[in-house]
Write a protein that binds this ligand. Structure first.
Ligand code: F1P
Length: 289
């Protein structure tokens, strides 16, 4: 399923843009103090959105792994991103929030406990997935959220189409280690790309903030590493990575479309390693305690 779900992203993104134009209830107004919570992939989508909303000057926005949500803290609105709508940590955090803050769920399913715990629900059923490994749900959520922030997202579906057809990095399957770097909103995308490679392909992958990478982690880079920079590379970083002998990959497309390329890399690696990318080891579609 994962390959089909990856390939369906241009259409899903178009539908998300239409949905955003209808101004769905539950997305925050400028100036509201917002927390976005999620687990795993959904936490990384939360990180990307929080940084984008702050950059857009729309208000303080914190991203929390749902398990770390500070009990008792008040926000104007808490947005829970959960494809399954059943993840234990999300339900616990929302129960803790209670009626202290307005709450919104962004979910892939039409029924489930997260809906009962939130004031507003945005259902992206057209982007729900069969595969355990999430691909189109987080990217489609981010297209919706970016459109709502007022970004011009009209070219994004085309970027996704290009991401599905342009080549993967040279010798993409021959590396010992895969590192993804980002900054600002692309830090969440880099985290998600690294998670895809781990989940689907059980390959060694890491992710860092671009500038932080220079403060230690770069020590593992060598000719057998792929270092993929999402978004604009901070000044000087490119030269430092090149000097390690690592293969450097930079963004050709919108960073969200670069994530689509990284998803293709993860699935390609999984298949090469004889793994089923739809059913990663030790993982289930929804993690429930
Ligand atoms: C999130 C999650 C991810 C995990 C896997 C399955 O669930 O458990 O943390 O990496 O992709 O989904 P959800 O709350 O978004 O349903």
């Amino acid at each position: 399923h994962a390959s089909q779900e990856i390939a369906s992203q241009p259409g899903c993104w178009r539908t998300a843009i239409e949905l955003a134009a209808d101004r769905p209830a539950g997305l925050p107004a400028p100036g509201e103090r917002v927390a976005v919570i999620g687990c795993g992939t959904s936490w990384f989508a939360a990180q990307a959105y929080a940084a984008l909303r702050e950059r857009a000057g729309q208000g303080e926005t914190d991203a929390w792994a749902a398990s770390e949500f500070p009990s008792g803290r008040r926000y104007d609105r808490v947005i829970a991103i959960s494809r399954s709508g059943t993840t234990t940590e999300i339900l616990r955090a929302l129960t803790d929030v209670g009626s202290r803050s307005k709450t919104t769920a962004i979910t892939g399913v039409g029924a489930g406990p997260v809906r009962d715990l939130t004031d507003d629900v945005i259902t992206l059923d057209f982007a729900d997935e069969q595969s355990v490994v999430q691909t189109r749900f987080p990217t489609t959520s981010l297209v919706l959220l970016r459109a709502h922030l007022g970004e011009d997202v009209s070219a994004l579906p085309e970027h996704a189409e290009r991401a599905l057809s342009v080549p993967l990095p040279n010798d993409w399957n021959g590396f010992r280690q895969y590192t993804f770097l980002g900054a600002g909103w692309t830090a969440g995308l880099a985290n998600e790309a690294a998670l895809k490679v781990r989940e689907a392909a059980q390959a060694w992958s890491e992710s860092y903030l671009g500038m932080e990478y220079r403060h230690g982690p770069i020590a593992i880079a060598d000719v057998a590493s792929l270092v993929w920079v999402f978004g604009d590379a901070p000044h000087g970083l490119i030269d430092e990575v090149r000097a390690t002998g690592a293969h450097l990959e930079v963004s050709l497309l919108d960073p969200l479309a670069e994530l689509v390329r990284a998803q293709r890399l993860a699935i390609g690696l999984a298949v090469r390693r004889g793994l089923d990318p739809d059913a990663p080891r030790n993982l289930t579609r929804s993690v429930i305690l």
